[in-house]
Write a protein that binds this ligand. Structure first.
Ligand code: BGC
Length: 381
């Protein structure tokens, strides 16, 4: 066995030497089976924005995990601006990054950066969001995004009383009026969330238990560019004016992200609904367990969120990086689902959890994600 491994390593080292020929100015990259000493490793970590707290937490957790291994880290946030993200990644490559971890703003906008990374032998780990239309995406760490959508729709059905806490039908037939929101159309995840949610809601739309009075049931109509809270608030206000000013009741809103949910809730309350679920505020879903939304859930305003433990995602990104640094390949647990338009990217998928008022404590406090004090304040310490 040992001999075989040594031969394999020798062959890999030759390949690695070959890869060096194409290296960029920085001379980074570990592709081809070469092993690097921890102190020689530089990892570029590119996160989309600091306007949502999850990405700050992701960036910091990835950085801390990599530093614990003794690696240097170049962590950058791109302010939701595509040219900024491209420049930051270009700079990481020039600076000699050995591995790149990227959560893209626009999944199709990083082609030239990925080509440059490949030419320099730098493995690229797509983080949370799949980078599309390029063959140089080596690995993908994410949550089961389709299932996140299923959970979002399930929480809506639970909030309306159509399903119980165990996801069994209660026999409640409504009819209920709902409106639908989707994420940013340039984020590959948004389609997965939407498909998971719509396939879960479809039987109830078909049977008439659910109706969408605005008629806006296409992804394109529901999508909110860059996941902007204000855009969601404006769309909800427009829907209230166009469809509900005649007294038609609204019972629920499918929202794929807590930031959008808060914009939607502001619009609903602004139109005189609620202010809480107990006073007739429509059921609004979410995602990310952002602290402001967790407080709204505990206060009986937002009905649900989907908790994705970003600490576990960061850990998987660190494990994948370490595999590359040690001359190997990260271990995937899904090699079928994530086709980026050019190839199926080997992926590591994590599971998420529906959070409602009843399970905030076990899901978020006991796991150490938020403290009781933070939830009461609606603010991270
Ligand atoms: C992430 C979600 C997040 C959204 C907005 C998506 O790509 O998977 O967790 O809510 O972006 O930041």
């Amino acid at each position: 066995m040992r001999k075989l491994a040594a031969v394999a390593f020798g062959a890999a080292a030759v390949l690695a030497l070959g890869a060096c020929a194409g290296e960029g100015a920085g001379g980074g990259g570990v592709e081809g089976g070469e092993t690097l000493a921890p102190e020689d490793v530089l990892v570029g970590v590119s996160m989309p924005t600091q306007t949502s707290e999850r990405w700050i937490a992701d960036g910091e957790a990835v950085e801390a995990g990599l530093e614990e291994l003794g690696y240097d880290v170049d962590l950058q946030f791109a302010n939701d601006d595509i040219p900024t993200q491209s420049q930051q990644i270009d700079q990481m490559i020039t600076n000699g990054a050995d591995v790149l971890i990227i959560a893209a703003i626009d999944g199709t906008a990083l082609g030239s950066q990925l080509d440059a990374a490949a030419a320099a032998g730098i493995p690229v780990i797509s983080y949370d969001r799949l980078i599309r239309d390029n063959e140089n995406v080596d690995f993908y760490v994410t949550f089961d995004n389709y299932d996140v959508g299923v959970q979002q729709a399930t929480s809506l059905l639970q909030g309306l009383g159509i399903l119980d806490a165990d996801r069994n039908e209660t026999g409640e037939e409504g009819p209920f009026n709902i409106e639908l929101f989707a994420g940013s159309p340039d984020d590959n995840n948004a389609t997965f969330f939407w498909n998971g949610a719509m396939e879960t809601l479809q039987p109830y739309l078909d049977s008439g238990v659910l109706t969408v009075p605005s008629g806006q049931t296409d992804f394109e109509q529901a999508a909110i560019l860059r996941w902007q809270q204000e855009t969601a608030q404006r769309r909800m206000e427009d829907l209230l004016t166009s469809t509900y000013s005649d007294g038609t009741e609204l019972h629920g809103v499918l929202s794929p992200y807590d930031g959008l949910s808060r914009g939607i809730i502001t619009a609903l309350q602004g139109a005189g609904m609620g202010p809480s679920l107990a006073d007739g505020l429509p059921v609004v879903t979410g995602q990310d367990a952002e602290i402001a939304s967790v407080k709204l859930i505990v206060d009986g305003v937002q009905f649900a969120t989907i908790f994705k433990d970003t600490r576990l995602l960061a850990e998987q990104a660190v494990i994948a990086t370490e595999a590359y640094v040690n001359g190997g390949e990260p271990e995937a647990n899904d090699t079928e689902t994530y086709d980026n338009g050019i190839k199926v990217v080997p992926s590591y998928l994590l599971e998420s959890v529906i959070v409602v008022a009843d399970n905030v404590e076990p899901a978020l406090v006991e796991t150490g994600y938020w403290t009781q004090e933070e939830i009461e304040a609606g603010q991270a310490d």
